[in-house]
Design a protein around this ligand. Structure first.
Ligand SMILES: [Zn+2]
Ligand SMILES: [Zn+2]
Length: 294
């Protein structure tokens, strides 16, 4: 019988290396939490084009949703580095699911242990994001907008508003100086059928300190989860699972889509624990009830 060394059983990741497939400088947010919390060294899978797996700027469509993309990135990064630990990260931006006038940034971070067959994932929905776009003509006063989206500490992407008369639509990314912006604006507006350019916030991590901060917060959270052991089988990654819907309506008692319990679960075995909601709520607002507020 092969008995793993005791230190390994207690600390399966100490001193090991984990591959990160990124062209966008995410190691700046991830290296420290993983090193401090788990003694893991983040190795960037260099020369590896993560854009093959879809990009934010839209010139290549995403092959799958973020979770799926995360998984593909992990496999590709591990194949590339020959390591059996992978750390894919993926983000999306758009309207808040409940408050569509607010922009949100959802980040996913996944830790894949190929040898043990474990996938430990966490995600974070952040209201703090500069995600925005605007169509402008050369000469428009956009100072206030630029301040709001954090330019120039945060980069911009510039493209023609309506197609490209010449057939080769320029997309200029990572614009971070007033001069580069003026040039890009002139070029893209000139190429657009209506003479206008579309400005977008560049959400790639290395161009967006706000997003990098969200990824860092999520990294600390995932590190804490990886360090927590399942009380039943001792596998790493004990943490929140899908919450249970069905908090009863405060008027009629019918189950609502609101969560009635927090769930913690193991990523390796079937063990799970249900706890009452942390905020102590026992009933849902009738506004959330399908019968009282159809
Ligand atoms: Zn377990
Ligand atoms: Zn009701």
């Amino acid at each position: 019988m092969i008995v793993p060394p005791v230190s390994n059983a207690l600390d399966p990741y100490g001193g090991r290396r984990v591959s990160l497939a990124t062209c966008h400088g995410k190691e700046r947010a991830l290296a420290r939490p993983f090193h401090r919390g788990l003694d893991l060294t983040v190795v960037v899978a260099t020369g590896f084009d993560t854009d093959q797996l879809g990009t934010f700027s839209g010139e290549r469509s995403r092959p799958a949703d973020a979770r799926q993309t995360c998984r593909q990135k992990a496999e590709a990064g591990m194949d590339h580095t020959g390591l059996d630990l992978g750390l894919p990260s993926e983000g999306s931006f758009g309207p808040h699911p409940s408050f569509p006038w607010l922009a949100v940034n959802q980040e996913w971070l996944t830790f894949v242990d190929r040898r043990a067959g474990l996938v430990i994932a966490d995600s974070l929905l952040a209201n703090r994001t500069n995600f925005e776009h605007r169509v402008v003509s050369p000469g428009d006063d956009i100072e206030a907008w630029l301040r709001r989206v954090g330019f120039p500490s945060h980069g911009l992407i510039v493209r023609p508003h309506l197609g490209d008369a010449s057939g080769e639509a320029p997309v200029i990314k990572g614009v971070r100086t007033a001069r580069a912006l003026a040039e890009a604006l002139g070029r893209c507006a000139g190429a657009s059928i209506d003479g206008r350019a579309r400005l977008e916030t560049d959400m790639r991590a290395h161009c967006n300190p706000t997003r990098l901060g969200v990824i860092r917060t999520l990294a600390f959270r995932l590190v804490r989860r990886i360090a927590r052991r399942c009380p039943e089988c001792a596998a790493p990654g004990w943490g929140p699972g899908e919450g249970l819907a069905g908090l009863p309506c405060g008027w009629c008692g019918l189950p609502t889509p609101r969560l009635r319990a927090d769930v913690r679960e193991c990523v390796a075995c079937d063990h799970r624990q249900e706890r009452p909601r942390r905020d102590g709520r026992r009933t849902a607002d009738p506004g959330d009830c399908p019968r009282c507020n159809p």
